[in-house]
Structures are given as C-alpha cells and as structure tokens.
Ligand binder design. Structure first.
Ligand code: 5GP
Length: 112
C-alpha cells in the first residue's frame, strides 16, 4: 500500500532526514508533539505490528538499533519515549509502520 511515507522514502516529497541506510529512514515529524519528535520507518511497506512476519525479525531489531543511533546522534541524553500506534483505536493515521521518538521535555504517563 502506498502512503505518504512511501513518497518520503522515494524522495518524492521532502523530509528533514536525520538518518538513512538501506533498510530504514528516520525523519522529523511534520507536527511535533514534543520538542524532539522523530519517526523511524522501515523502507519495506509494512502496515503495522498486526502485519509483521517472522521474516521481518532482523528488520524489527534494526529499527530499534536505529532508534539508539538517532538518539546518540542528536545527543538526547535526558530520556525519550518510543511509541508505535497500531490501527484506528491505537491512533495510527499513516498505514506504514513507524516508531515515534519523543523527547526534549519531561513526558507524562499514562499517555491520553
Ligand atoms: P501516527 O498517528 O500514524 O502514529 O503517526 C503519523 C505521524 O506522521 C504523525 O505524527 C504525523 O504528524 C506524521 N506525518 C504525517 N504526514 C507527514 C509528512 O508528510 N511528513 C512528516 N515528516 N511527517 C508526517
């Protein structure tokens, strides 16, 4: 399924990219919910965690390692949160798996 994130991967629309390799891309969220709000996505068009498969195991690990690379790169030492919204009740609005990295302020718990 093609989403706006496919267009970002294909460089058809601009994004503020903070990290990219063969498998993943990380870019700043267009509507940040915290002073730091970065999305990490696989280039493979996986919809969400309902649709991952065994063959995606290494890629999913790579996504988490990318989170570490990103927070190290931007020197986010005071803490951060990673969120994956899944489906409509989960608040997912773009049907391409993405990890939100949120930080830069003290985050509240539980989320709304
Ligand atoms: P979701 O609500 O699906 O978990 O998160 C989707 C996120 O993608 C939202 O935080 C939204 O602001 C972000 N987003 C949607 N369209 C664009 C876009 O064109 N560029 C960027 N950088 N972020 C986007």
């Amino acid at each position: 399924m093609t989403t706006i994130f496919s267009k970002i991967i294909d460089k058809e629309i601009p994004a503020d990219i903070v990290y990219e390799d063969d498998l993943v891309i990380a870019f700043k969220d267009i509507m940040p919910q915290a002073p730091i709000h970065i999305l990490v996505i696989p280039k493979k068009p996986i919809t969400n965690l309902y649709s991952i498969e065994e063959e995606d195991q290494a890629l999913l690990g790579h996504l988490l390692l990318t989170v570490k690379k990103v927070v190290e790169k931007i020197d986010l030492t005071s803490g951060f949160r990673v969120v994956i919204n899944n489906g409509s009740d989960g608040g997912q609005t773009v049907n391409h798996l993405h990890l939100h990295i949120l930080g830069g302020r003290s985050l509240q718990w539980p989320p709304g």
